[in-house]
Design a protein around this ligand. Structure first.
Ligand SMILES: Nc1ncnc2c1ncn2[C@@H]1O[C@H](COP(=O)(O)OP(=O)(O)OP(=O)(O)O)[C@@H](O)[C@H]1O
Ligand SMILES: [Mg+2]
Length: 353
């Protein structure tokens, strides 16, 4: 019997080992790449997580098991009436008071244990900030910055205050002479000083005039879009929240009632139809798998406005007679808020603040 050639055996062996290694590396690379790709697409980091946060003062429980999470990149609105527990929640996040029970984390820094590390990642303001009234805006900001690790130059401070719409001459006036809105803008500039990844703002637009309101709104949107800053904002101003937030939580008497995206709060576009014969119309809607609900006189169909002309054409082709069509008004955030807090009988009267 012919002995196998040793060199051929070695060649075959090394070729198969090398090809196995190449296949292994390719597979490993693909798996790594896919994991990375999928991970990047699916896993969003969590900027703020509240886990069963409860706070009691004596016998009075002002927060009950609040659990929610804010993803990095969110502009998250915390809505609630006076005394609902918004400021208490924010004071707990800043470590100004301790929760009676529960934990929270800021970019994976578990708190209260790692509060010092967590604080380096966030900035913010709690209700009306306190400044030294005899120092100028510039001096206040420089002093407050000196307490943190971030040391901005005068130019950087000017740039920041310009960004929040504070007149440059005001920077050199004592803060005691500022109006409420001007102090509010200075407070937001102060919150931005450490270049935070998460900004927690308690009622940032309260007491601002319409111009100030627009300036702060645009600033928040710009900082979120261009610097990727995540926002956690408490507010009464539902219109503002609707304009800037992508997610909203509603709390009432310390209880979390609802968390949803701003789109979920709005109902889908809907049109009411009066069509004869009704049974054929319903059959047609079922065939097209459209969501609808029937009330006494009309059938409300979830349909986009741009699809209505083609939809009407189809009805005409089927010899269905359309007598009336009109859009259903989507409820405002205010209506949803009142229904959530007071139940479905609530009317949409303005919030009493
Ligand atoms: N230090 C405290 N001791 C006792 N109760 C407190 C204390 N601080 C707040 N509370 C109570 O906790 C509840 C929630 O207060 P919080 O300030 O969080 O309300 P809020 O939602 O911020 O209201 P607002 O819209 O008026 O600012 C209130 O009933 C308040 O009286
Ligand atoms: Mg408050």
């Amino acid at each position: 019997m012919e002995q196998p050639n040793y060199n051929t055996f070695l060649n075959l062996f090394s070729t198969s080992v090398i090809s196995s290694l190449i296949v292994f590396c390719c597979l490993k690379g693909t798996v790594y790449y896919l994991t990375h790709l999928l991970g990047g697409a699916i896993i969003k980091s969590i900027a703020l997580k509240l886990n069963h946060i409860t706070k009691t003062f004596g016998k009075n429980t002002v927060l009950r098991e609040i659990t929610l999470q804010v993803e990095a990149g969110d502009i998250f609105g915390l809505l609630g009436n006076n005394g609902a527990g918004k400021t208490i929640t924010i004071r707990i996040i800043f470590g100004l008071i301790k929760p009676t029970a529960g934990r929270f984390s800021i970019f994976d820094q578990l708190c209260p244990a790692n509060l010092a590390q967590a604080k380096r990642l966030m900035g913010g303001l709690v209700e009306v900030s306190s400044f030294y009234p005899n120092l100028t805006g510039q001096e206040n900001l420089s002093f407050l910055a000196s307490l943190s690790s971030f040391k901005p130059t005068k130019k950087e401070i000017e740039k920041l205050t310009d960004k929040v719409g504070l007149d440059s001459h005001l920077l050199h006036c004592p803060v005691g002479t500022y109006s409420h809105g001007q102090k509010q803008r200075l407070a937001i500039a102060q919150a931005l000083l450490p270049l935070p990844r998460l900004l927690v703002l308690d009622e940032p637009t309260s007491g601002l005039d319409p111009e100030g309101l627009i300036a702060i709104r645009n600033l928040i949107l710009e900082l979120n879009r261009e610097s990727g800053i995540t926002f956690f904002i408490s507010s009464h101003e539902l219109d503002e929240v609707e304009k800037i937030c992508n997610k909203v939580a509603i709390i009432d008497q310390g209880r979390l009632l609802k968390v949803a995206t701003i789109d979920d709060f709005r109902s889908k576009p809907c049109f009411n139809f009066k069509v004869e014969p009704v049974n054929l119309f319903i059959h047609f809607l079922q065939e097209k798998k459209l969501s609808f609900s029937a009330n006494k006189d009309y059938i409300a169909v979830e349909i986009e406005e741009e699809d209505v002309p083609a939809f009407l054409q189809e009805l005409t082709n089927l010899s269905l007679k359309v007598y009336q069509i009109f859009p259903e008004k989507a409820p405002s955030l205010e209506e949803v808020f009142l229904q959530t807090v007071k139940g479905p009988q609530a009317d949409a009267s303005p919030l009493g603040n």
